[in-house]
Design a protein around this ligand. Structure first.
Ligand code: C5P
Length: 226
């Protein structure tokens, strides 16, 4: 049987990462977190003094950092110029700036090429890959074997996200919800490959589902197409 390529898209707080990792682990597939790549390039811009409010400065710097993604779903990694960026990419500062950086077309072109080469390698050398993000089904991998679009109510998404943040950084539900809605609006409203459901994607509303139920649903869909 040939390798299987799975694209999982959707806004923040829908359980995309947890679902994607678990599905990849269960089915013996590789896993790519494309949000981590946009976060890593954003982190590099911040630490190297690039003005993240200046799209031209971002475009000029876009090719400088070398990103490497580790695709083991049990322990995904991201390095920037050889440095482990897994921790720093999750700070509120990076989260608040990533939408502006990821909207710059030069950034998207470079990262999209990287994503396609990682997916092609997984198709050649492994059983396949689960790639999660915002534009995977629409732009990065339009020929994916299965496309999933995860949704959930804004309340459910904010509650999940503040649960993840608890203990890491002080946060309250209302502020989390507001930041999340703002980021999704920016991601959906940008010109270059916005967050969108592909015409041939299967939409799964996770509002009333447990994580295990979502995982099971996606595993079944992958198995049907393998
Ligand atoms: O998934 P995560 O919340 O880590 O993504 C962080 C940000 O990276 C998103 O808000 C979006 O701006 C950007 N992103 C993107 N395209 C993707 C994945 C993430 O623009 N495929």
């Amino acid at each position: 049987p040939s390798a299987v390529i799975v694209a999982i898209d959707g806004p923040s707080g829908t359980g995309k990462s947890s679902t994607s990792k678990a599905v990849a682990a269960k089915l013996g597939l590789r896993y790519l977190d494309t949000g981590a790549q946009y976060r890593a390039i954003t982190w590099w811009m911040i630490t190297n003094g690039v003005d993240t409010d200046d799209p031209q400065a971002i475009a000029v710097a876009a090719g400088k950092p070398a990103l490497v993604s580790g695709t083991d779903p049990a322990a995904p990694t991201i390095t920037v110029d050889g440095l482990d960026a897994s921790g720093p990419i999750r700070t509120q500062e990076v989260t608040s700036k990533v939408s502006a950086v990821s909207a710059v077309p030069e950034v998207r072109t470079l990262i999209t090429e990287l994503q396609r080469s990682i997916a092609a390698e997984a198709a050649r050398e492994a059983e396949g890959i689960v790639v999660e993000g915002r534009d995977i089904g629409t732009t990065v991998l339009p020929d994916a074997d299965l496309k999933i679009f995860l949704t959930a109510s804004a309340e459910a998404r904010a509650a999940r996200r503040s649960g993840e943040l608890r203990g890491k950084e002080a946060t309250d539900l209302a502020a989390t919800k507001e930041a999340l809605i703002k980021r999704d609006a920016a991601d959906s409203g940008r010109k270059t490959s916005p967050l969108a459901k592909a015409g041939d994607a299967v939409e799964v509303d996770t509002t009333e589902l447990t994580l295990d139920q979502v995982i099971e649903c996606v595993v079944t869909l992958v198995e049907e197409r393998r």
